[in-house]
Design a protein around this ligand. Structure first.
Ligand SMILES: C[S@@+](CC[C@H](N)C(=O)[O-])C[C@H]1O[C@@H](n2cnc3c(N)ncnc32)[C@H](O)[C@@H]1O
Length: 130
């Protein structure tokens, strides 16, 4: 897959109300983040968010979280959400290796499609937030 570098990704992510900045502070409390007890679905490696955004729009009675390690792809996902707030969608820019720090037993479904592990020698999130 080809990945574009988005200039200012850091600021796009910081400014978005869809993005959860410190996911570890919500472990076991994600239903409070959404303000309801609806099922929570998590996508690991959402890239530009196309799948998770469409799922959130089509299923207003479920909650969705898209997680992506790459800052540029996360910023593009934020742009793809558009200006209309999706109350049942949250975005996290983080390493899926750490999901045990972010989530307890509150996740009902995990989507893991066409995963491509992040190479150890590739730049990490902090390097891509240009
Ligand atoms: C091939 S793409 C996934 C395609 C997408 N799920 C789909 O079905 O179209 C793999 C994605 O996983 C992300 N990724 C790889 N390792 C990751 C990690 N440790 N944590 C979070 N995301 C990761 C990559 O940055 C990339 O955006």
């Amino acid at each position: 897959m080809r990945y574009n570098v988005v200039k200012g990704a850091k600021y796009i992510i910081e400014d978005s109300e869809h993005v959860i900045k410190k996911p570890e502070t919500h472990k076991n409390k994600w239903h409070m983040v959404f303000g309801n007890n609806n099922p929570i679905c998590l996508e690991l490696g959402m890239v530009r968010g196309i799948f998770i955004i469409e799922m959130a729009k089509a299923n207003p009675n479920k909650n969705f979280i898209g997680l992506e390690i790459d800052g540029s792809q996360t910023a593009t996902a934020v742009k793809n959400i558009g200006t209309k707030k999706l109350k049942n969608l949250k975005i996290i820019c983080a390493d899926a290796s750490n999901i045990a720090e972010y989530f307890g037993k509150e996740i009902d479904t995990i989507y893991l499609t066409f995963s491509e592990p992040w190479p150890k020698n590739k730049m990490r999130k902090k390097d891509l937030l240009l």
